[in-house]
Structure formats: C-alpha cells, structure tokens
Ligand binder design. Structure first.
Ligand SMILES: Nc1ncnc2c1ncn2[C@@H]1O[C@H](COP(=O)(O)OP(=O)(O)OP(=O)(O)O)[C@@H](O)[C@H]1O
Length: 246
C-alpha cells in the first residue's frame, strides 16, 4: 500500500490515535483526532499529564501510536518504516521545544541554515529574505546564540523551520519563559507568520492565553479530547486581521 495520499493536500490529520505504554492502567492518548490546515493555528491545551507531549511526539513521528493514523501533507507517517520516518521528521517537520535547540557554539546565521546544510540543500534566496524580514531575524544574524532572549531564540527556530519548507510546525509551550506581554506578542507573530507562509501550526500548552490565539482549540484531559472549539468568525481576530500583527 502506498504511504502517500494526494487527497489531503497540505493538511495534517491525526485520525483516532491512541497510545498505550507498557502496563500503564490507562492509555496516554485515547482515540484523539486532530486536523490542522495549512496556515491555520491549532492549540492543544490541557493540564499536566493530559497527553499533550505524547500527542506532540506522535505528530512529530517520534512516537508511533498504538492505534490510528497520522497523515502529513499526503504522507501517512504511521505507515513509514523507522528509517523513512526519521528522514521525514528531519526534513518535513519543524518542532520547537521549550528549549529552542539552537547550538550555542554557532552564531545565529549558522544555526538558521544548519538543517539545510546538514541535508546538503541551499536556502531559497527569496524565502530566506522573507523569513528574515517577517520573523524579525535579520538584526539577529551576527549575534552570538547564547546572547539571544527566549523570544528571539524562538523566532530563529521558527525561521529555520520555514526555510526547511517543512509541512508542519509544532511548538511546545510557546509562552514558556516569556512575560505576559512578550508571550502575547510572540503568539501573534507566530500565528500571523504561519498563516503567511501557509504552514500548519500546532501549539501545545497548559497556558489558557495560548488558546485565545488559535483558530481551533482542542482540550485534552486524561488523554482524551474533552472539548473542541473554533474561533468565532466574527471575533475580529482572524489571521489576516491587524489585531494580530505584532
Ligand atoms: N514514555 C512514557 N512511558 C510511560 N508513560 C508515559 C510516557 N510518556 C508519557 N507517559 C504518560 O502519559 C501521560 C501523558 O503524559 P504527557 O507528558 O503527554 O502529559 P502533558 O500533558 O504533556 O504534561 P506536561 O504539561 O506536564 O508536560 C502521563 O500519564 C505520563 O505519565
């Protein structure tokens, strides 16, 4: 059976995924379905232990669900063997963890291009210029990586994902380590820029402020989806709205 399906376009679809670990009494995830469209922001929220990290790892291809499928831009991730899944993850999925995973010994410019360099690819010059401008990274290029603030680090990590032309951006705890105002600013920037680059964005957070910035919110508890809601169309906060420009 082919692992690709042209019908799903650039969307990300987790369909009925469950994850069980060893002899744990209850599954870490139970029958979770999530759809993330290109340029749309989905927030997965829930208290500690609700399954956010396990869901992130399943979407990132780091964990194989016990049941269900994950399809990313037409490729069924869950049907790939280990080697193909690793390659897919490395080249097509951007993940920004609580630590942005930048190498302190490299400057910002080298960090930005590292995944492309490792894959023997070159950055698309137009995309590079757009990413530098839209994510306010240009002025950071000569900076030493350890001197970056958390917000700056995150912008570099997002620009790196855009340059990779990834099919999905997953951000764990996007406001961790940021004060409330910087956190809001950062969420607006993330959401608007992913809309502009047509990138499906999935945020994972226990912070209710994160949900307020998403087009769609999925609430988890004990590994199950307990609530799903879309942003009201008339709230004046659509991705293109100036209300969301940082
Ligand atoms: N590798 C693992 N082996 C066994 N159980 C695990 C493993 N990873 C996660 N779990 C369990 O799965 C459940 C969900 O954990 P998860 O880390 O996804 O929660 P979370 O919502 O991300 O919490 P937090 O906000 O604290 O990071 C928990 O009961 C956890 O103990």
């Amino acid at each position: 059976m082919s692992a690709t399906c042209p019908m799903t376009g650039g969307a990300v679809i987790a369909d009925g995924i469950s994850k069980e670990f060893g002899t744990a009494r209850r599954p870490a995830l139970h029958d979770v379905t999530l759809r993330a469209a290109p340029g749309r922001c989905t927030a997965v929220v829930g208290p500690a232990g609700s399954g956010k990290s396990v869901l992130l790892r399943c979407l990132a291809g780091l964990e194989r669900p016990t049941r269900g499928t994950v399809r990313i831009a037409g490729t069924e991730l869950t049907a790939l063997d280990e080697a193909a899944r690793t390659e897919f993850r490395r080249t097509r999925i951007g993940v920004v963890y609580r630590q942005a995973n930048l190498l302190p010994q490299l400057d910002v410019a080298d960090n930005l291009l590292l995944p492309l360099d490792t894959a023997g690819r070159r950055a698309d010059p137009d995309l590079l210029q757009r990413a530098l401008d839209l994510l306010d990274v240009r002025e950071l290029l000569d900076r030493a990586t350890p001197a970056l603030t958390r917000a700056e680090e995150l912008r570099v990590a997002v620009a790196r994902t855009v340059l990779q032309r990834a099919d999905l951006l997953l951000v764990d705890d996007p406001t961790a380590g940021l004060d409330a105002i910087t956190g809001r600013h950062h969420l607006r920037l993330l959401r608007r820029r992913c809309a502009e680059f047509g990138l499906p964005l999935v945020l994972f957070s226990a912070d209710p402020a994160t949900a307020a910035h998403a087009d769609r919110v999925i609430a988890l508890q004990d590994g199950r989806v307990v609530q799903e809601r879309d942003r009201p169309a008339d709230c004046g906060c659509e991705p293109g709205s100036t209300e969301h420009i940082a």
